[in-house]
Write a protein that binds this ligand. Structure first.
Ligand SMILES: Cc1cc2nc3c(=O)[nH]c(=O)nc-3n(C[C@H](O)[C@H](O)[C@H](O)COP(=O)(O)OP(=O)(O)OC[C@H]3O[C@@H](n4cnc5c(N)ncnc54)[C@H](O)[C@@H]3O)c2cc1C
Length: 396
């Protein structure tokens, strides 16, 4: 028996948002309540991505939401963040799908692509007619993507790509993948420089397979990609991509949305635990919410959620003014996902035995957040990014 979400706002946070921001947040919240909440437990149980929701997500402007032109909604970064919050309140896996489509595929096309690439791909991706994936990680190179083995050899007017990518969200359902590879034989470009390529998934030599047996992000597709002598026209290179820093710019976009998402997952866990604790009676016919130890957990959760909201709102405000740094985003991603995972664990505890079932969303959030803690820069890698920022000393 799940509870309906009542919103989480301890210190008048809504008062820090303008009318447009509240409107966007409320529309996303309603969309998630009406469309995702009723089916998510079944999707999670079956390990199924709810693809049927994609056209409606496109109509609502959720793909590439913070990009301007090319059929995109042109939201502010704070509005986009609030959308991510609501998606992750629904499910981290479905939020991951939207993050990849928006921040990891549409953003690099928008930022590094030619006008022709933008005109072709962005409008179709904004509606969800075309889906994308982002291939950076390899089985042997996760936290250190610069070690990648995937290569793109220049051959006349073409590139020939060889390599394998691993842990790629939406990899097997995508129409196109942004593949990061080391280039060789490209005149004027030093050999081994990392650049981004648009690779249509139906190119000969391109294959994908799905990771099965996941206990996390079960409503999202996670794949491996193999490229064996995949030939693409030279015009499929993202011309503005130049070195690993271009890939890291995409990750910054995605991590920003993830930091908001953590608040959403935590809100879901907190609100469920609060409502449950007021209803569940143990000892002297009293609700468990009347016990000090339960109240301590709830107080911790609402305090940390509130701090997480303020942190990510300020990062969003900086981003809207063009004053954000990747270290600010690292702090927000690291803190908010840790906070959300702790909230999920405490909520599971408050729900007792009921907490381990999918009658309630908390165990699903907890399992999902284990992935979110690892991907897009692990918790510890973000610690090192913040550490380097304050000391000036890289400690990787
Ligand atoms: C469900 C899911 C979806 C994903 N989707 C995508 C995707 O769409 N596209 C994509 O490209 N990738 C994707 N990834 C990959 C993800 O980004 C990597 O898993 C992540 O970067 C971590 O790499 P790794 O798993 O190889 O761990 P490792 O890098 O092997 O890290 C293992 C542990 O070692 C620690 N560690 C590593 N180096 C250091 C160091 N220098 N100092 C201290 N500690 C260190 C880490 O913090 C971690 O605790 C996804 C992963 C998952 C689980």
């Amino acid at each position: 028996m799940a509870f309906s979400f009542r919103g989480t706002d301890f210190i008048g946070f809504d008062g820090l948002l303008n009318d447009d921001e509240r409107l966007v947040r409320d529309a996303a919240r309603q969309f998630i309540e009406d469309n995702l909440i009723p089916i998510i437990e079944e999707c999670n149980r079956e390990g199924r991505f709810p693809r049927e929701l994609v056209p409606q997500m496109g109509q609502m402007g959720f793909f590439g939401a913070s990009l301007h032109g090319y059929g995109c909604a042109g939201m502010s970064n704070v509005e986009y963040g609030l959308v991510m919050q609501e998606f992750e309140r629904g499910d981290s896996g479905v939020r991951s799908f939207v993050s990849v489509q928006s921040a990891l595929v549409m953003y690099p096309i928008f930022t590094f692509g030619s006008e022709e690439q933008k005109n072709f791909w962005l409008p179709q991706m904004a509606t969800g007619e075309k889906l994308g994936s982002f291939g950076l990680t390899e089985a042997d190179f996760g936290s250190n993507p610069g070690g990648m083995r995937t290569r793109a050899d220049r051959s006349g007017d073409e590139y020939v790509l060889n390599g394998e990518k691993m842990w790629i969200t939406s990899g097997s359902i995508a129409d196109v993948s942004v593949i990061w590879a080391k280039t060789y034989g490209d005149r004027g470009v030093e050999d081994g420089r990392v650049r981004g390529f648009l690779v249509e998934n139906d190119r000969p030599g391109f294959s994908s397979w799905d990771v099965h047996g996941k206990w996390s992000l079960r409503a999202s597709v996670t794949s491996g990609l193999a490229l064996q002598d995949v030939r693409i026209p030279a015009s499929n290179l993202l011309p503005g991509s130049d070195g690993l820093k271009s890939a890291l710019m995409c990750l910054s976009q995605a991590r920003y949305g993830i930091a908001w998402g953590g608040v959403g997952a935590a809100m879901s866990c907190y609100d469920t635990a609060l409502q449950y604790s007021l209803m569940r009676k143990q000892f002297r016919d009293q609700p468990i919410a009347s016990h000090q130890l339960v109240q301590e957990k709830l107080a911790w959760m609402i305090t940390e959620i509130t701090k997480g909201q303020l942190l990510v709102l300020q990062v969003g405000r900086l981003k809207d003014q063009g004053k954000d740094g990747f270290e600010h985003i690292s702090m927000a991603k690291r803190n908010n996902i840790w906070m959300a995972l702790e909230c999920a664990r405490l909520a599971r505890d408050i729900l007792g035995a009921n907490g381990i079932t999918d009658d309630y969303p908390v165990m699903r959030h907890m399992m999902n957040l284990e992935s979110v803690k690892t991907y897009e820069g692990t918790h510890d890698i973000h610690t090192l990014i913040v550490g380097q920022s304050v000391t000036g000393i890289p400690a990787y």
